[in-house]
Design a protein around this ligand. Sequence first.
Ligand SMILES: C[S@@+](CC[C@H](N)C(=O)[O-])C[C@H]1O[C@@H](n2cnc3c(N)ncnc32)[C@H](O)[C@@H]1O
Length: 268
Amino acid sequence: MTSNEAELHQLEEAWADALADWAVPERYLAQVSTSPFELSPSSFRPDTARLRTPTLSWLAEELARLPEGERTLLDVGSGAGGTSLMLWPTAELITAVDQSEQMLAAVRDNAAELGIPLAALKTVNSRWPSPDLQSASVVVCANVLYNVPAPVAFLRALIDSASHAVVVEVTERHPHFGVNPLWLRFHGYRRPTQPSAEAVGAMLRLLGYEPQVARWERRAADPDDPEEVGRLARRACIPEERWEEVGAYLRAEPLQPTGVMAFRVQLS
Ligand SMILES: C[S@@+](CC[C@H](N)C(=O)[O-])C[C@H]1O[C@@H](n2cnc3c(N)ncnc32)[C@H](O)[C@@H]1O
């Protein structure tokens, strides 16, 4: 094993161990009827605000650099298409891969709403990396890596599937990190803080790439919006009868904005 491989292996083990710590103890799960990790397609809808993020600017830039006929985009862990659909028609063909058929159905509905023709969209129900890897000129993977306990093979497959560029977006900390104060206040339970997006940058460098890095923030939830309060409360296993109390707490102690990082790897 080379020293890079040994370091990658160590980073990956630390990543997997840290992710395992985010499991929620049964005593809290028993207090609520929905899983705190449930993902709703409506949270990942295409949204014009995303067009202003470095991820979408980079993707648009990379696609525009390619000759017509080669502007293909692969979106791995597409959710409801929030990252890729807004890039049509710059992206002439979008391939959305997701392990959830419910998310892919939402991709097709959202694409129809945006007027994207059937010929410009392919949806593939598969767990990444799968033996039948899809490929494209540009590959994006946004907000997926904290679901992935073996990120090295996952990242390698993203890079192997792109001919031109790869963009990976992740929150600086685990997507549930932001509600740690709710866990402490409502359950007296201290949640983990690791892993962090810095490890993703380190893995890409150990794989032999020097990614361009961008950082920005997503605004914190609005304590006066019951839907947003409910989403946070669900993540912290707080039963519905206490959601008003959650809103009051958040008005008094606003949560921090979420730090986000993106990494761009240029291949050609
Ligand atoms: C948090 S959502 C992000 C969706 C979208 N990329 C976005 O940023 O709006 C994560 C998505 O990744 C999918 N996912 C997680 N692990 C996956 C894997 N190994 N292979 C394929 N899809 C995966 C989930 O089903 C979910 O739709």
